[in-house]
Ligand binder design. Structure first.
Ligand code: RP5
Length: 165
């Protein structure tokens, strides 16, 4: 049986996918059903609006939106839905994603976008954050998140430094 997708991952271009895949991987690791699509704010504005307007009624609970450059996708989507929007700044060609970060993080008061780190770490953390939101109403998922943290901590405890002078 196909599960209802709870998280929508969208991005401005297929060139963002190598980065945004880290969010998808995290959701897959937690067995959270998601969709991933290209929706461009400036090249397909009508698609962006219809996506944002219908996302809640389609059953999505969280939207992860990644974009690079003048990255208005997360903010514009957030303007058309009250679902939580997690913005991922994708590294850009000329400004290494600083432009993406500032475009996404500097939302004026009234329309929030939760903004993550530039690049893969940000995408992975957006996936984890989506899992945390969903875990508020899903005890099994909350348990998996706790287990993830325990395993992560164990890896750090096992770290040994070699070649100490
Ligand atoms: C943005 O422009 C996309 O999110 C992407 O990061 C950037 C470049 O897009 P392409 O020229 O690779 O399609 O809209």
């Amino acid at each position: 049986m196909n599960k209802q997708p709870l998280v929508a991952i969208i991005m401005g271009s297929d060139s963002d996918w190598p980065i945004m895949k880290a969010a998808a991987q995290m959701l897959a690791d937690f067995d959270i059903a998601y969709t991933a699509d290209v929706v461009s704010a400036h090249r397909t504005p009508d698609l962006m609006f219809s996506f944002a307007e219908t996302a809640a009624q389609k059953g999505y609970q969280v939207i992860i939106a990644g974009a690079g450059g003048a990255a208005h996708l997360p903010g514009m989507v957030a303007a058309k839905t009250t679902l939580p929007v997690l913005g991922v700044p994708v590294p850009s060609k000329h400004l290494q994603g600083q432009d993406s970060l500032l475009s996404i993080v500097q939302m004026p008061k009234g329309i929030p976008v939760a903004t993550f780190a530039i690049g893969e770490a940000g995408a992975a953390n957006a996936g984890l954050f989506a899992a945390s939101i969903l875990a508020n109403h899903d005890a099994a998922l909350a348990g998996k998140l706790a287990e993830f943290r325990t395993k992560q901590a164990a890896k750090v405890h096992a770290m040994e430094l070699s070649d100490k002078p």
